[in-house]
Design a protein around this ligand. Structure first.
Ligand SMILES: C[S@@+](CC[C@H](N)C(=O)[O-])C[C@H]1O[C@@H](n2cnc3c(N)ncnc32)[C@H](O)[C@@H]1O
Length: 389
């Protein structure tokens, strides 16, 4: 079987490394994701263990689809029997970049009609569509005249781990936070501090990794509602989950500190850390990031953070006058210099910062050992790693 795991743009390298480490076969990076091959178990393993994957797709077929009719015929010719029964509800999602079919809603409708007609021809009745909460999610990707039809194994996206009880402004997606930790080379066995933790995504993802808790252990998956789930898929899944549970450590091997300056963020942090079952591993403090001192009596570790960018948090915002924007930029520059001074006190530590604002790198008088471009949703950001002398 052929699978395609999607991820945030710029994080393909992290996902590829994860899938290779899981022992999956023929792993090949592509734009926006990574392909791999293997039996159904390989896809399940990816769902349970890949921290940076957004979706896990099982590819059912690929064919030329230069026109809407060709798309319909190609979908109708695929074997839907093993995946969709009359009682199964389905939804179709399409992404298109094609000159012949430009509207994704229209393409999705064509795919749905073709599946429904194929099943009606065989059984004399048709399955129902449920766009909100379907049993089976069919995904069409149409580009350069070629259609790829897949099923979404995960159902709801994989960043939904099940621990986000509370939100703050501008939280990172869990999968992007995991990619920051992997791409930034953060060692899960050394001390960790996020001085601007917001809702705690980086600290929680670090703690899960440090305790070797599989990211998919706390949630349900789409494939559990597939008609063929009971039997061999279910027993493989149950075994895999049991093995994953047995691998988890009872406590994180090194201190993990999550701080933020805002009381609202502290409340969200506490709720999320508790929901993730990590209250004994993550210490939470309310304090100004610029006042952080190196932790006493521990070896140097990593300061990992996603400081305010100015664009989403505390930004001058759209419609600000040039004078207002200059004031905002000056304030942010001063704040970043304060952060740079705090970092400079952490001799021997590593700083891993995700920032969408070039002013941050300018405020730090060191050359980054890693400068990696990635996308936080639509915002271009840089992952910067510094070794503090
Ligand atoms: C971009 S958000 C971090 C989001 C976080 N990574 C998450 O996933 O939720 C930046 C955070 O910095 C915090 N912050 C801003 N100024 C601060 C300061 N001077 N000291 C400590 N925290 C500060 C804000 O309260 C906010 O939660």
């Amino acid at each position: 079987m052929r699978f395609f795991a999607t991820c945030a743009k710029g994080t393909e390298g992290a996902l590829r490394r994860e899938l290779v480490a899981l022992g999956l076969g023929r792993v090949r990076g592509d734009r926006g994701g990574v392909a791999f091959e293997g039996p159904m178990e390989a896809g399940l393993r990816g769902c349970l263990h890949a921290r940076t994957a957004m979706r896990m797709l099982l590819e059912l077929g690929r064919f030329p689809a230069p026109t809407a009719d060709a798309l319909y015929e190609g979908v109708r010719a695929l074997d839907w029997e093993p995946w969709i029964e009359l009682r199964t509800t389905l939804a179709v999602e399409a992404t298109v970049s094609s000159s012949a079919i430009t509207h994704s809603g229209f393409a999705a409708l064509k795919v749905k009609d073709a599946i429904v007609d194929a099943l009606r021809e065989r059984h004399g009745a048709r399955p129902d569509v449920d766009p909100k909460d379907p049993d089976v999610r069919v995904v069409l990707h149409l580009a350069r005249g070629e259609a790829a039809l897949s099923l979404d194994l995960a159902g709801s996206p994989l960043h939904r781990r099940g621990y986000r009880a509370a939100m703050t402004e501008a939280p990172l997606k869990e999968t992007l936070a995991a990619a920051v930790l992997l791409l930034g080379g953060v060692d899960p066995e050394r001390p960790f501090v996020d001085p601007m933790a917001g809702s705690g995504t980086l600290a929680i993802e670090h703690a899960l990794r440090a305790r070797r808790i599989a990211p998919g252990l706390g949630r349900a998956f789409g494939f559990q509602r597939w008609p063929g789930y009971r039997g061999t898929i279910q027993s493989a899944w149950d075994r895999m989950r049991e093995e994953a549970r047995a691998e988890a450590l009872p406590r994180a091997p090194a201190p993990i500190l999550a701080r933020d300056g805002h009381p609202k963020a502290i409340l969200a942090l506490r709720r999320n850390v508790e929901a993730a079952g990590l209250a004994a591993d993550v210490v939470i403090q309310q304090a100004d990031a610029r006042d952080l001192e190196p932790l006493a009596d521990v070896e140097p570790g990593a300061i990992v953070s996603n400081p305010p960018y100015g664009e989403r948090l505390g930004g001058a915002g759209e419609g600000a006058s040039p004078a207002e924007a200059r004031v905002q930029e000056k304030k942010l520059g001063g704040f970043y210099r304060g952060l740079a001074e705090m970092l400079a006190r952490h001799h021997g530590w590593t700083a891993v910062l995700l920032s969408g604002n070039p002013l941050l790198a300018r405020a730090i008088p060191l050359r980054p050992t890693i400068d990696h471009r990635l996308w936080n949703g639509p915002i271009e950001a840089h992952l910067l790693t510094y070794r503090i002398p």
